[in-house]
Design a protein. Structure first.
Length: 276
């Protein structure tokens, strides 16, 4: 897990934005390329290998709504490749806190695709960095035109957001004839949470709303980890994670989440023979 380093990096970005001081390597769009500095700050200057055959990232070139930009991460290792993807780190270069999320893939879950929604604050490169079991990092990137996503007002008012706080929904996408041990599955986890970025302004008081977001999420089939996420301010309101994985025949699916104020949210679902 990213742990303390991740949280310190997010806090540094928020403080810089709040006081008008840019983060060391997060310049205005097109001023210079912040990526070399981010490699140093986030990945301790480890070597970056070409990830074209390892990891793919898909985002719209021009976002319709900068506060909810869809992003899909897809592993591309061939079936005969004995390496395994351990983690995927999503970096939105020009955001106030560029490190958006880090995903840990369960050892036996064979997660091959992860989709979510993110805030994009400026025209920017977006990088996906996969760490493989060979100990190396593999990088790919895309470019997104969007602005203002981190400071966009919340879609829901405070009362509505609080009424849904911590509500977790699980949505499976079963295929015809699918059983509990039939291989690949697709599912979605949705968490009711404002995920305030710390850069949004209360329209009544004209004061900044403090950062308040889901920073930890772990998904399990029985007691086997499927996917874990450590998230930051770039994950959109009401976090939504869609993913593919391989069933181990489990009869239970569980989600454990925690936010930056220490609230713990948990929910479990029974899985029948149809995968629902």
């Amino acid at each position: 897990m990213l742990g303390v380093h991740f949280r310190q990096f997010c806090i540094a970005g928020l403080l810089g934005a709040a006081f008008g001081v840019p983060l060391a390597h997060a310049a205005t769009p097109d001023a210079y390329d912040p990526w070399p500095g981010l490699v140093q700050d986030i990945f301790n200057n480890r070597a970056m290998n070409d990830g074209a055959e390892v990891i793919a990232i898909e985002m719209p070139y021009r976002a319709e709504d900068a506060a909810i930009v869809p992003v899909t991460l897809r592993t591309k290792l061939s079936p005969g490749d004995r390496r395994r993807v351990l983690t995927i780190t999503l970096v939105i270069d020009q955001n106030p806190a560029p490190m958006a999320a880090r995903f840990e893939l369960g050892a036996d879950a064979n997660v091959s695709e992860i989709s979510t929604r993110v805030r994009v604050n400026n025209y920017t490169d977006v990088h996906a960095v996969a760490e493989l079991s060979d100990g190396k990092l593999y990088m790919t990137k895309t470019y997104v035109k969007a602005s203002g996503g981190c400071s966009a007002p919340a879609a829901k008012n405070i009362e509505e957001a609080n009424s849904r706080l911590g509500q977790i929904r699980y949505r499976p996408f079963p295929k015809p004839g699918q059983g509990p041990a039939s291989g690949a599955r697709e599912a979605q986890i949705m968490i009711g949470h404002p995920n305030n970025s710390g850069l949004q302004m209360d329209q009544v008081t004209q004061l900044y709303i403090p950062a308040f977001f889901v920073n930890e999420l772990r998904l399990w089939q029985d007691d086997s980890l499927v996917l874990a996420m450590e998230g930051g301010i770039s994950i959109s309101e009401d976090p939504n994670i869609r993913f593919t994985y391989v069933s181990n025949g489990a009869r239970r699916f569980r989600a454990d989440a925690r936010d930056t104020e220490g609230h713990v949210f948990q929910k479990e679902w029974k899985i029948d023979d149809s995968g629902i």
